[in-house]
Design a protein around this ligand. Structure first.
Ligand code: ZN
Length: 489
């Protein structure tokens, strides 16, 4: 899992034409104008005089995408200073602006003095700037709050320097670049040591508490999400800084482009290619891209190509790929910003998807499923998809187990499925509701599982088998009788 994501991260760097050696600063930076909500630059301006740097004034300008490497924005944590004194202003009132300045800018200077004093003393620029800031920080705060209140636009704070008539941003100052590079690993330092990176096997400083998602618990057999002690993270999955950056990029890529829905549940579909990596990954990613075009309405997939019961179903495209890629399905829920993993299903080959689609087609290929009256105006065929199957399950956990078994070709207890169907239909029956569609949908699920060859009868002896056959016949008979006599709504 980690490896697959790292490879995707490396791929995304290549797509952008960057690499961790030459473009480290670029890679380290975060987008400051997130979601377009921080489109103004509230600049604290300093100018160089003969006596050194001096606070000049505050000013406002428009955010510019081309200046990303100039703002030098890199997040550190939810609280306190980031890696540089560039910070988004959270909130809209005076108090918010004041707090942002105190927590993100003042604290950055305080940390420079307290924790990075050696760096401060070694840099004439930083020494000068520090003094200029401390001398005027109360005035800067007042000016900044006033400016922000005057313009009312969302934005971020940064520093700008005027040196011999030339305007310079943080990213134009070598001392700031050096500072960023030196301390950018700091947020991971809590859990680090010298060791061997588990991905590239190189010996270097390795970090443990670094995975964007708690993957280290995921990669253990019989994982329990979050069940592993954080402090032991690096012992299980020590990562060097380079791999860590790629992994982070892979996770960001996954969240943006590999997210789909399956029977109403969210999941990430992560491809892992084994041979001839770059070329094949490129091929697979092109399928993801063309799918995105489809979901944006440029191409339309037919119903037959859907099995996940969702418009957003890429599986119909991936089923036609050769078995050069293994798919990982990471089903998850986000509960008040907590990431909960429902199921990780690994090593699903495209050929297995084809088998699932074939079983779907065969299950649907019966006259009783054609031209059904869903409502007064809606007449259509009954189709199998996992959304229909999910309706049989009172819990997500139970449904996930069945999903896993169908994708992994594991046996499912037929009596268990029958009991689920009966429970569901009994509810409809008791409420006196129209149930023809429900019965047929339950039936098509059963046919799907049967066509897939995953149903098994539990129980052993001849007597029991005979009894079950008898019951089965009775059930089928009852169902057929029902089809003939069912009342119309
Ligand atoms: Zn590494």
């Amino acid at each position: 899992m980690i490896e697959a994501l790292r490879n995707i991260g490396a791929y995304s760097f290549k797509q952008k034409g960057i690499n961790t050696e030459e473009n480290l600063v670029e890679i380290l930076l975060d987008e400051v104008n997130k979601g377009g909500n921080y489109a103004k630059v509230y600049a604290i301006n300093f100018e160089e005089t003969e006596a050194g740097w001096r606070y000049k004034d505050v000013s406002i300008e428009d955010w510019d995408r081309k200046k990303t490497s100039k703002y030098l924005y890199r997040e550190k944590g939810a609280m306190g200073a980031h890696y540089t004194p560039t910070a988004r202003i959270a909130g809209n009132n005076e108090e918010h602006v004041r707090k942002t300045f105190e927590n993100r800018v003042e604290k950055w200077f305080r940390r420079l003095k307290k924790e990075h004093e050696k760096f401060l003393n070694d840099s004439l620029f930083f020494k000068n700037l520090y003094e200029a800031f401390i001398k005027e920080q109360e005035n800067i705060k007042i000016d900044l709050v006033k400016l922000r209140m005057q313009y009312e636009d969302g934005g971020f704070i940064t520093l700008i320097f005027y040196q011999a008539g030339e305007k310079k941003y943080l990213g134009d100052i070598d001392d700031f670049i050096e500072y960023l590079l030196e301390f950018s690993q700091e947020k991971y330092n809590e859990i680090s040591s010298d060791g061997v990176c588990c991905l590239c096997k190189k010996e270097s400083r390795v970090f443990g508490d670094a995975s964007p998602i708690t993957f280290y618990s995921l990669d253990k057999p019989g994982y329990i999400a979050g069940g592993m002690k954080k402090e032991n993270g690096y012992k299980n999955f020590p990562l060097c800084f380079e791999c860590l950056l790629e992994l982070n990029a892979g996770a960001a890529y996954m969240q943006e482009l590999l997210a789909f829905k399956f029977a109403g549940l969210r999941y990430y579909l992560i491809p892992e290619v084994v041979y001839n990596k770059d070329e094949i990954l490129e091929e697979i990613m092109n399928i993801y891209y063309s799918f995105r075009q489809e979901s944006e309405g440029k191409v339309v997939l037919s119903q037959a190509d859907r099995i996940a019961a969702d418009e957003n179903d890429i599986l119909g495209l991936l089923k036609d790929v050769d078995d050069i890629v293994a798919l990982k399905f990471l089903f998850f829920q986000e509960q008040s910003s907590k990431f909960v993993i429902l199921l990780l299903m690994e090593d699903v080959l495209p050929s297995r998807l084809r088998t699932l689609f074939t079983a779907k087609q065969r299950a649907e290929d019966h006259l009783i499923f054609k031209d059904l009256k869903f409502s007064a105006k809606l007449i259509q065929d009954i189709q199998f998809n996992y959304g229909v199957l999910r309706k049989l399950f009172p819990t997500i956990k139970g449904f996930m187990e069945i999903v896993n078994k169908t994708f992994k070709d594991q046996k499912i207890d037929k009596q268990f499925v029958m009991a689920l169907i009966m429970d569901r239909l009994r509810g409809f029956f008791n409420d006196n509701r129209y149930m023809k569609i429900e019965v047929l949908q339950a039936f098509i699920c059963l046919l799907f599982l049967s066509e897939l060859g995953v149903l098994k009868n539990t129980g052993g002896g001849w007597e029991i088998r005979k009894m079950k056959r008898w019951r089965r016949r009775l059930w089928t008979f009852g169902l057929n009788g029902f089809f003939k006599n069912s009342a119309q709504p």
